[in-house]
Design a protein around this ligand. Structure first.
Ligand code: SF4
Ligand code: SF4
Length: 468
C-alpha cells in the first residue's frame, strides 16, 4: 500500500494490523458516534440509496424485473436487458467493462464507493451501528456495558440489540434473494408452505446467519481482511486520486494546544478525535492506509475540533497527495485518459453487440456421418440436427423457414419448439431440395427463425448434393 511521505512518527502502524492485539486476539473497536456535515450528507445519501435498493426488485420493465442477478440459472437482467446463459460474450464484455469502470473510478475518486455506497459500509455504519448507539449509547457506554456483569439492564440491552440485528439480517437476506430469484419467486416462498421451497428457504436462513455474523461480529474486518477491492487500492490509486487525507503539511509538527502560549507547531493539536471516531481503528495521520474506508468520520471530528480552537477547517479533507504537497490537483492524467479510451472501446463493443443481438440463436449442422440422399422424385435430402436457444426472458414459439430455395423442411417426429425464457429446443430435420435447383456440390442455404410474422434471426448452413 502506498503511504504518504509523512514526517517520521511512530512507525508501529507500518507492520502491525490494528485489528489484532499483540497476543493475537481481536482488537474490538468502539468508534465514537460520528456527527457533522459529512455525516449528515451520508445519512441523506443512505436514505436515498436504501430506498432505491429496496424498491428496485419491485420495479418491472417490459414485464420483467429492472435488475436480476440469478447466478443459480445464469440469468441476468441489467436495466431491462436480459443476459442469458448463451450470452457469454455479452456477459464477459459487461463484466470487463464493469471492472475497467471500477479501475477508472478508483483511480480518480479513490474509495468513494467504500465510504458512500458499499452495502457493507452502508449497512454497518448507517443501520447496525445506529441501532447499537440507540440501545447501548456512545463508545464509552458500550465499553462499560461490555465489562459490566450480566444484570437485567445488560440482558435487555444486549437481547434487544441482537434481536434487531437478527431481524435486519433477515430483511437483507430476503432483499438479496429478491435480486437473485425476483420478488415473484420470493413471494411464493413467503406465501406458500415452506416444505415446497426448502432449498430457497434454507438460502434465506443461511444468508441471515451470514449477515448476522458479518454485522454483529466480523464488522470492520470484512473491509480490512476479506474485501479484495480494499486490497487492490494500493495499485489502483496514485498521487492524484481523491481520498480522505490528513494535510500533514499544515498539521505537522503536531502538538498539544497550550492556552496563552504562542503556537509554533502545526495545526494538529494531537487531540486524537480522528482516531476515536474511526470505525477501522486507524490513525489517518499515518497517511493513506488499506484499512481506511473513506467514511469521512474523521473529517467531521477534526472540523469540529478546528472550530473549537479557532483554526480553519479541512485539516482532514477530501484531497490528493499532489494537492497537499504541490497545491495542484490533476484529475485528468494520462492514466485516466488511457482507462477512458479502453472503456469507450468496450462500451462501443457492448453497444454493437446489444444492437445486433437477435432473440434466438440457432445452430444447424448436418447430422454426423450422414450423406445426401437422392429421392425417387428427383429431389435431394440432407439430414440436420438443430438447436434453438431463446435469448429472451419470455416464451418464444419459433418457426424455421428456408429462405433462398424452393425446398422444404421435414421434421423427424413432431418436436415441440415452444421455448421458455432462456430455454432451448432441439431436433432433427430433413431439408429437401429439387435437384434442378442445385448447381454445385455444396450450396449455402439461408434459413430464418420467425415468430408469427416477425423475423427473429437468419442463419446459414451447407447443403450437399451430387456433382452435376
Ligand atoms: S482530530 Fe485533527 S487535530 Fe485532532 S488529532 Fe486528528 S488531525 Fe489532529
Ligand atoms: S481514517 Fe477517517 S475516513 Fe478512513 S476509515 Fe477512519 S474515520 Fe473513516
Amino acid at each position: 500500500m502506498k503511504t504518504f511521505d509523512i514526517p517520521e512518527q511512530d512507525e508501529y502502524f507500518r507492520d502491525h494490523f490494528n485489528a489484532v492485539t499483540e497476543d493475537g486476539k481481536r482488537n474490538w473497536f468502539y468508534p465514537q458516534k460520528p456527527k457533522g456535515n459529512w455525516h449528515n450528507r451520508r445519512v441523506w445519501f443512505t436514505v436515498v440509496l436504501l430506498g432505491l435498493l429496496f424498491a428496485a426488485p419491485f420495479i418491472k420493465l417490459n414485464r420483467q424485473p429492472l435488475l436480476l442477478f440469478n447466478v443459480l440459472e445464469r440469468k441476468f437482467i441489467i436495466f431491462g436487458i436480459f443476459i442469458g446463459p448463451q450470452d457469454y460474450w455479452l456477459f464477459g464484455l459487461t463484466m470487463l467493462s464493469f471492472m475497467v469502470f471500477i479501475v477508472l473510478f478508483t483511480t480518480v475518486f479513490g474509495r468513494l464507493w467504500c465510504g458512500w455506497a458499499c452495502p457493507q459500509t452502508v449497512f454497518m455504519e448507517m443501520v447496525f451501528r445506529k441501532i447499537e448507539y440507540a440501545i447501548e449509547g456512545d463508545a464509552g457506554k458500550q465499553k462499560l456495558l461490555n465489562k459490566a456483569p450480566w444484570n437485567t439492564d445488560k440482558i435487555i440491552k444486549k437481547g434487544s440489540k441482537y434481536f434487531l440485528f437478527l431481524a435486519v439480517s433477515f430483511l437483507i437476506a430476503n432483499l438479496l434473494l429478491a435480486y437473485v430469484i425476483g420478488v415473484d419467486e420470493l413471494g411464493k416462498i413467503i406465501s406458500e408452505p415452506i416444505g415446497e421451497h426448502i432449498p430457497l428457504f434454507s438460502g434465506i436462513v443461511g444468508f441471515t446467519a451470514i449477515f448476522y455474523f458479518n454485522f454483529a461480529w466480523l464488522r470492520d474486518q470484512a473491509c480490512t481482511v476479506v474485501c479484495p477491492y480494499g486490497r487492490l487500492q494500493g495499485v489502483l490509486m496514485d498521487r492524484n486520486s481523491i481520498v480522505v487525507a490528513y494535510d500533514y503539511k499544515r498539521g505537522e509538527t503536531r502538538g498539544k494546544l497550550h492556552k496563552g502560549k504562542e503556537r509554533t507547531e502545526g495545526d494538529c493539536i494531537s487531540c486524537n478525535q480522528c482516531v476515536a471516531v474511526c470505525p477501522t481503528g486507524i490513525d489517518i495521520r499515518n497517511g493513506m492506509q488499506m484499512e481506511c474506508v473513506n467514511c469521512t468520520a474523521c473529517i467531521d471530528a477534526c472540523d469540529s475540533i478546528m472550530d473549537r480552537v479557532g483554526f480553519d477547517r479541512g485539516l482532514i479533507r477530501y484531497t490528493s497527495e499532489n494537492a497537499i504537497v504541490n497545491k495542484t490537483s490533476k484529475l485528468i492524467t494520462p492514466r485516466v485518459i488511457g482507462y477512458v479510451v479502453v472503456l469507450i472501446l468496450l462500451w462501443s463493443g457492448l453497444g454493437f453487440m446489444l444492437a445486433s443481438r437477435t432473440d434466438t440463436q440457432t445452430t444447424m449442422f448436418r447430422a454426423p456421418g450422414s450423406q445426401y440422399v437422392e429421392n425417387k422424385d428427383g429431389s435431394i435430402s440432407n439430414l440436420y440436427t438443430f438447436k434453438i436457444f431463446n435469448k429472451t426472458n419470455h416464451v418464444v414459439r419459433p418457426k424455421l423457414v428456408l429462405e433462398n430455395s424452393q425446398g422444404k423442411l421435414i421434421f423427424a417426429g413432431t418436436p415441440d419448439l415452444t421455448l421458455d425464457g432462456a430455454g432451448m429446443a432441439q431436433g432433427t430435420v430433413f431439408i429437401v431440395i429439387p435437384k434442378s435447383e442445385l448447381t454445385s456440390r455444396k450450396t449455402k442455404l439461408k434459413l430464418s427463425v420467425y415468430q408469427n410474422n416477425e423475423k427473429l434471426e437468419t442463419f446459414e448452413t451447407t447443403f450437399m448434393a451430387p456433382q452435376n
